[in-house]
Design a protein around this ligand. Structure first.
Ligand code: ATP
Length: 553
């Protein structure tokens, strides 16, 4: 409109860096980070540490705007600080999965073109191995900064490796923060979990990170100064953007090196935790924790779950323990949460089991994301809201990745027709909520019928002896595929294959019931997803049932 202008007074590139600067003033003396018995910082201290670190990153390592700085570390205070310090140096933070081996780390360091890597002492051998692999090829080898346990570099004398605290001490508080020039400048590079294929490098912008942090605050219903327990890996979608969100609210970050039921309950009790997050497998760990490790909740604890479909029994179990669970769905490409299953007041009057079933649906786009839809991927027509017609989940909006790093073809394919194609299959209910049915790579086609592995798994989950279950297609000469269940039993329980098959036949259409059951521990990615490709290989090696004369349904 005439008379208006866009200028520095009314337009500032959005960046989560501003959350920390504000927290340093508003929440100056309040606890920002706690870890173990000895580490405690205030927001003023965290801010100063990040400025100094940014200064050292820029000067000691000659990191320029847009350079990639990697980190391989668990949920420790240094990992939290790097979420601000690296962007403050104008660089892009690339968080690597701590379960990767040297070979994968070398591949990702090469792919991301990282100039520097911060590594926690527990993982230094992995990085050394990666560097050794890289040295054999023409790749640029990154410089190393070590996060040691004691703040000293005792383990690596006479090396070029610089220690984190020493680096911080070299930094200057006068460093001029390198803010993004454009709010769409990259802030982070994060790799997908590699559940279905090799990890893809997803690029986040300052703007998207800012928006999704605000969304995280809304979804978690966070008031100021929450106490957030770090049970979501910070390396995964930057902890669903909660790394930046907690600063925005001046909360306390309770860091945990490893996620165990004992550690979770202990931290909840000791620090009066108000919020946490976790994949359904973490929730399952909480529900099945031995009595001796459990502590009754003293106040409200909100848990955001996602990353894999939460069985309704898990939501029910958490509710019974008194946790308030919020269910979100999304992917690395959507900065973590893309939808939320927003509860409706009328659900409160329903039995808890029914409520849990409704809440296990994936819901609708959250406030920061323009739209989610379920579409036919060929015609791009939206499916009917009949809870039956399956289509692909697609998103569009301001919290969708910039693209896949160094892979324009994959980016174009993912954004074809103006929507981000998730590769997930779902139906839409009459209230508009979506319900995830399967990943397109996981769905089983048996005798021409689609079988949602998630539906079969949720029935198996209802059996009292079952701790976890994963269903995959077993290639079959006659049927194409038959459902094969991999089941992990609860401690002290015994059950036979036939018994579980009969149980499923009673609770599912007969064609959907597993024909084979294998008892084993389920292989998981470090983000808590079952590695179905591993199970598919095992199923394939077992051979077709039809060829074994077991072809009848
Ligand atoms: N609440 C949820 N319910 C059901 N599935 C979920 C939920 N949250 C996430 N997922 C699943 O996780 C996927 C996103 O996972 P992520 O981005 O971590 O990597 P990945 O897709 O597992 O890895 P890759 O793409 O490398 O195979 C989603 O596409 C979906 O299949």
């Amino acid at each position: 409109m005439e008379g208006t202008i866009r200028c520095a007074a009314n337009y500032v590139p959005l960046s989560p860096i501003s959350f920390l600067e504000r927290a340093a003033v508003v929440y100056r003396d309040k606890l920002s980070v706690v870890y173990g018995d000895h580490v405690k910082f205030t927001w003023q201290e965290t801010h100063q540490r990040c400025v100094k670190l940014a200064s050292s990153i820029a000067s000691r390592f000659k990191i320029s705007r847009g350079d990639v700085v990697a980190v391989l570390a668990p949920n420790i205070p240094e990992m939290y600080e790097l979420h601000f310090a690296v962007p403050m140096a104008g660089a892009v933070l690339c968080t690597l999965n701590i379960r990767h081996d040297s070979k994968m780390v070398s591949t990702l360091l090469k792919h991301s073109n990282a100039k520097l890597i911060f590594v926690d002492h527990q993982f230094i051998d992995i990085v050394k191995g990666a560097i050794e692999i890289m040295s054999k090829s023409p790749a640029t080898v990154p410089q190393i900064a070590l996060i040691s346990d004691s703040g000293e570099l005792q383990a690596l004398p006479n090396s070029d490796i610089v220690e984190y605290e020493a680096l911080l001490a070299m930094g200057s508080l006068g460093f001029e923060i390198r803010r993004p020039i454009d709010e769409c400048d990259p802030i982070a590079l994060t790799y997908t979990s590699g559940t279905t294929s090799s990890p893809k490098g997803v690029v986040y912008s300052h703007r998207g990170a800012y928006l999704n942090s605000l969304v995280g605050i809304l979804l978690n219903e966070m008031r100021s100064m929450p106490v957030y327990l770090w049970t979501v890996p910070m390396f995964h979608c930057n902890g669903w953007c909660m790394t930046w969100a907690v600063a925005a609210q001046g909360g306390t970050n309770v860091c945990l090196r490893a996620v165990t039921a004992k550690g979770i309950f202990g931290s909840i009790f000791r620090h009066r935790v108000t919020h946490m997050g976790g994949a359904p497998t973490v929730l399952n760990m909480i529900i099945n924790a031995p009595e001796t490790e459990r502590v009754p909740l003293l106040g409200k604890v909100t848990v955001m779950t996602g990353g894999a479909p939460p069985p309704s029994q898990v939501l029910f179990g958490m509710q019974q323990l008194g946790f308030d669970v919020c269910h979100a769905y999304g992917s690395t490409e959507t900065y973590g949460p893309g939808t939320v299953c927003a509860p409706k007041p009328e659900w409160d009057a329903l039995p808890l089991e029914t409520q849990a079933k409704l809440k296990s649906r994936q819901g609708l786009n959250h406030l920061g994301l323009e739209e989610v839809d379920v579409k036919d991927p060929v015609t791009m027509k939206s499916v009917a809201w009949d809870a039956k017609t399956i289509g692909e989940v697609m998103f569009r909006g301001n919290t969708i990745m910039n693209g896949y790093a160094n892979n324009i073809k994959a980016t174009q394919d993912a954004f074809k027709d103006g929507w981000f194609r998730s590769g997930d299959l779902a139906v839409r209910h009459s209230d508009g909520y979506i319900e995830f049915k399967d990943r397109s790579k996981d769905i089983i086609i048996s005798g021409g019928e689609n079988i949602s592995t998630i539906e079969v798994e949720s029935v198996l989950f209802g059996h009292p002896a079952v701790l976890e279950a994963a269903v995959v297609g077993l290639p079959d000469e006659h049927w194409g595929e038959t459902p094969c269940a991999f089941v992990e039993l609860k401690q002290g329980y015994k059950v036979k294959e036939d018994e579980l098959i009969t149980y499923c036949q009673k609770n599912l259409p007969r064609y959907m019931a597993p024909r084979t059951v294998v008892f084993r521990e389920l292989p998981k990615t470090s983000t808590g997803k079952t590695q179905k490709f591993v199970l598919r290989e095992q199923a394939k090696a077992m051979g077709s049932l039809s060829l074994r004369g077991k072809s009848k349904l």
